[in-house]
Design a protein around this ligand. Structure first.
Ligand code: C2O
Length: 573
């Protein structure tokens, strides 16, 4: 009997999985594949690095944190319990959060923080997404140690569009300071100046041998000669962009921001905070130990930064270990040409649903500002340029977070927390890149405010992101929540609609774009996911200084175009 009833259960689940979801797919959407549960405990964890011990904030005591493994269309449920004394939120970077804006995670944008001792359960579907993404804290500068990979495999039976790798490895890039991150942010804000350089860069939390007291703290991947490896590169760095290279080996880029690309092969690549890049590496060199190096890309002027690379090892089985490892060649720190050449080669494998008509034409400047110093110190001087205070802005508005989340304010019609007058184009037009008429310390103040841009449901948006030369030109990694966008164009100098060449055939489909230093990028997306979606520079210091804004995407018609109710356990402020 037992046999026959389990047989029935098997048959029933076969019917459920093969017949019922197909029949109901149109009505009950989004439908997940499997549901995966994770338990995240935000904790304080003691670590020793570079011969110094400190307490860091982690998830489950792990640094980097636990990997979320899933398949396309899976439902993910993560219960986050805050056992640390600090406020916390987790953002699922690159997850498009179809109809689940409440689970997005940026603090004071879609939710209030999870307070000490409280918990919140994030629920979302990886609808039509596969590849490498990551999760990270989205409050203060806790991302430095609160981060981890999201690895989404294709559905069962669906192959990769490239030769199957022998093994896969995740490499998370980061930056490390001896100071407590909350304290560091406070000090930087109080000084008005820039952040101190990181003590070290990290690969999977290991700095490699080149820093003070780090000789044996090296991450390594063991490789079998002749095999091909898939490396899932993730930049969780705070304030720096990085070059990456492996001594003697080529990198074939096959995916960026969890979207397949036309494969192309490079000697080195640049990755900005917020980006994920999958590369294939063939172990086709003589048996030895090779460096994997991650060093700075710094496109701004007059910034002090850590110029020592983090090193991990790509180590062939059979290599003799007393050998020195072979050094990797990274570009010099300001090699903009490498960055632009790689961007040029980045193409979608298939670009589907690229809007050709545009309903909303937007133009946002992106850059730094200087505010007046209000310090009470005797010479009234702050540590920003010309004794002022650093700020950063989009369209010359420095964003200030409200003290209740924007999404709650919008959903509940609470007045007075934000205004919907974020300008669609700059209020003043001038030579953005070359700076005039913005001479420090005059005319470089930004407006301070909590302004949003409202988009109608389904509108097709083109947005030009224009870097400004106020203070300094710089490559800014601009990230949009809730969407991927097509990067249809980019260039140096001021954007000129007449001269700009756009790729409307196979542009890459990204969630973060490093806007070229002293240049521009043009992005397109269809605003078909209702909610409040943050857009910001993924350098935490620029985020702190106000380089962000939010879109409100209105509801469309019917339940599949309408933001659902908030979850019952949404944290209170
Ligand atoms: Cu990866 Cu708003 O962040």
């Amino acid at each position: 009997m037992a046999l026959s009833s389990s047989h029935h259960i098997l048959l029933l689940s076969f019917l459920l999985s093969c017949y019922v979801p197909l029949g109901l797919a149109r009505i009950h959407w989004p439908v997940g594949g499997s549901t995966r549960f994770y338990d995240f405990k935000v904790q304080t964890t003691r670590v020793t690095k570079l011969c110094k011990t400190k307490d860091i904030v982690t998830v489950n005591g792990m640094f980097p944190g636990p990997v979320i493994y899933a398949q396309e269309d899976d439902r993910i449920i993560v219960k986050v319990t805050n056992e640390s004394p600090h406020n916390a939120t987790i953002h699922w970077h690159g997850v498009r959060q179809r109809l689940s804006c409440w689970a997005d995670g940026p603090s004071y944008i879609t939710q209030c923080p999870i307070q000490a001792g409280q918990s919140f359960t994030y629920e979302f579907t990886l609808f039509q997404q596969k590849g490498t993404l990551f999760w990270h804290a989205h409050i203060s500068w806790l991302r430095a140690t609160v981060n981890g990979a999201i690895v989404i495999y294709p559905k069962t039976g669906v192959p990769y569009p490239f030769p199957y790798p022998y093994e896969e490895h995740v490499l998370i890039f980061g930056e490390y300071w001896h100071k407590d991150m909350l304290q560091l942010e406070k000090e930087v804000v109080a000084s008005g100046g820039g952040p101190p350089p990181a003590e070290a860069y990290l690969i999977n939390s290991h700095p490699g041998p080149r820093y003070n007291c780090s000789a044996t703290d090296v991450y390594k991947i063991d490789v079998v000669p002749g095999k091909t490896y898939l490396l899932r590169l993730i930049s969780a760095s705070l304030n720096m962009e990085h070059f990456f290279a492996i001594a003697g080996h080529k990198l074939t880029i096959v995916e960026a921001d969890a979207e397949y690309t036309k494969p192309f092969t490079v000697d080195r690549l640049m990755i900005t905070p917020g980006q994920t890049i999958n590369v294939l590496v063939k172990a086709d060199q003589p048996i030895d130990r090779y460096d994997m190096a991650m060093g700075p890309y710094m496109s701004a002027q007059n910034v002090t930064f850590q110029n020592i690379s983090a090193i991990a090892h790509f180590q062939y089985t059979g290599a003799t270990l007393d050998d020195l490892s072979l050094p990797a060649q990274l570009p010099v720190y300001n090699d903009n040409l490498v960055v632009n050449t790689n961007l040029h080669m980045l193409r979608s494998l298939n670009a589907t649903n690229l809007p050709s008509e545009i309903d909303a034409n937007l133009f946002f400047t992106v850059g730094l500002n200087v505010e007046e110093c209000h310090s009470s110190n005797p010479n009234k001087s702050c540590q920003g340029p010309s004794g002022g205070v650093f700020a950063a802005s989009m369209n010359n508005v420095s964003f200030v977070k409200p003290n209740i989340s924007l999404l709650q304010a919008y959903y509940n019609n609470i007045n007075g927390l934000y205004t919907d007058d974020f300008p669609g184009v700059p209020l003043k037009t001038y030579d953005f890149v070359n700076g005039a008429p913005n001479n420090i310390p005059n005319d470089t103040q930004s407006l301070i405010g909590t302004k949003v841009k409202v988009l109608e449901y389904g509108s097709r948006v083109q947005l030009i992101l224009q870097n400004t030369g106020t203070v300094t030109t710089e490559n800014h990694p601009i990230h949009l929540h809730g969407y991927n966008f097509y990067v249809v164009g980019y260039g140096t100098g001021n954007y000129n609609p007449m001269g700009a060449k756009l790729n409307l055939v196979d542009p890459p489909y990204m969630n973060t774009i490093g806007v070229p230093v002293g240049g521009w990028a043009a992005i397109r997306f269809v605003a078909d996911n209702p909610g409040v979606w943050f857009m910001h520079c993924h350098f935490d210091v620029h985020l702190t200084w106000g380089l962000s804004m939010a879109f409100i995407v209105k509801n469309g018609e019917g339940p599949l175009e309408t933001l659902p109710h908030p979850p019952a356990d949404l944290p209170r402020c």
